[in-house]
Ligand binder design. Structure first.
Ligand SMILES: Nc1ncnc2c1ncn2[C@@H]1O[C@H](COP(=O)(O)OP(=O)(O)OP(=O)(O)O)[C@@H](O)[C@H]1O
Ligand SMILES: [Mg+2]
Length: 378
């Protein structure tokens, strides 16, 4: 490993009475990384963030920040700051006083000049220079979000923790803020840990994604790795759209497994784990890995039931006898008239990649260390 991780979890478990919120997590986040914790509601994302921030203590294991064991260190002594989902600005204070709030609590006391200059710097970082005297209710939702960010950045934390910070914003503003957050992270170069249950947000913003399920890390990797090479059925299903087809293992050929689908079609697929003859599996076919043709060229034939035109691409729901509805995504070539209409018969083939077959029993998350990613990223 090249550098001391900014954050490290060693065998961290958190229990609330009978509920195990986080279970045996090992994780090392390299310096200056943008990490997303992604997973469904209740999988333990916020709990992980709160243990980094010091608002919760692990029941077992240790949390390190920049190599220091944080056991017994209260939140205000940790070199981290957190932006909460409900960012709770003080409505009776103006923008500058909201941002400067933490600085005023600092002991030993800072001079008013120091406070004003640091608050000004933080406001500049989030592109709100000149807004210092505005009241909170005189700001848009996105601007309020930026005040919350400035407030968290003002005391120069080593790590910024963000718990679903964009959840309250509408889609357009959310997309703008996603880009701004990414730029901000690159500019100031500190580690950002972003909690989200929005897989698009996680994939588009972060250097690496930590997919969680049931209190465990199920996969850790760069966004393209998570999308292209999901570790198990849960990740394949949770991250991105995919068709999951049920089938049984009919044979093996080299590294590939032959899977007989419900309609008798046999397709070759890659596998994650050893699969037995006759074992029930799910095969994942990404919509964009399918190709559509008017002539019979692929393993499936179907009827277009629905088309969603998206400009550069079109998404089709295609009914395939014995299989069900397949989702396919095709590029729209302007002027080529290659759009299919509802009711039209189409043949479906494979455009790219090899389908992935997963054992139906879910891999409930062998924890992984991120050390190999430390090298890739730093
Ligand atoms: N203070 C608490 N007391 C008891 N159980 C808790 C407490 N905080 C969290 N939990 C439980 O721990 C589990 C993980 O909760 P956590 O808030 O970390 O989930 P999350 O992944 O952030 O979910 P969401 O996306 O809904 O915010 C849940 O089952 C939750 O009910
Ligand atoms: Mg949460």
């Amino acid at each position: 490993m090249t550098a001391v991780p900014d954050i490290e979890f060693r065998g961290v478990t958190k229990r609330y009475g009978a509920v195990t919120a986080v279970s045996g997590i090992d994780l090392a986040v390299p310096p200056s990384a943008f990490v997303a914790l992604l997973g469904p509601s209740g999988c333990g994302k916020t709990t992980c963030l709160r243990m980094i921030g010091g608002f919760e203590q692990p029941s077992e294991g240790q949390v390190f920040i920049r190599g220091q064991d944080m056991a017994g260190t209260p939140p205000y002594r940790r070199p981290v700051n957190m932006v909460f989902q409900q960012y709770a600005l003080f409505p009776h204070l103006d923008v500058e006083d909201n941002v400067a709030y933490g600085l005023r609590q600092a002991r030993p006391r800072l001079s008013s000049r120091e406070i004003a200059s640091r608050a000004g710097e933080a406001l500049e970082m989030v592109r709100l220079a000149g807004y210092g005297r505005r009241k909170i209710h005189e700001l848009s939702g996105g601007q309020q979000q930026r005040v919350a960010l400035a407030r968290a950045l003002v005391n120069k934390p080593a790590v910024l923790l963000l718990d679903e910070p964009l959840a309250a914003l509408d889609k357009k503003l959310r997309t703008d803020m996603q880009i701004e957050l990414q730029n901000l992270q690159r500019e100031i170069g500190i580690t950002f840990v972003l909690v989200t249950h929005d897989q698009e947000e996680a994939l588009s913003m972060s250097d690496f994604v930590c997919v969680m399920n049931g209190g465990r890390i199920v996969q850790l990797g760069q966004p393209s790795e998570i999308y292209d090479e999901p570790a198990d059925l849960f990740v394949a299903d949770f991250v991105g759209k995919t068709n999951l087809l049920s089938g049984t293992v009919a044979g093996h050929s080299g590294d590939l497994v032959e899977v007989a689908l419900a309609d008798g079609t046999v397709i070759a697929a890659r596998k994650r784990t050893a699969l037995q003859q006759g074992e029930v599996v799910s095969v994942s076919l990404r919509p964009e890995s399918l190709s559509l043709g008017a002539q019979a060229s692929g393993p499936f034939k179907g009827i277009v039931r629905n088309r969603i035109f998206l400009g550069s691409t079109a998404e089709y729901a295609i009914e395939v006898k014995g299989i069900g509805t397949l989702l396919a995504k095709a590029d729209h070539l302007i002027g080529h008239g290659n759009l299919f209409k509802p009711g039209e018969p189409v043949a479906i083939g494979f455009a790219s990649g090899t389908p992935l077959a997963f054992a139906e029993t879910k891999n409930n998350g062998a924890n992984q260390r991120v050390d190999k990613h430390v090298e890739i990223i730093s």
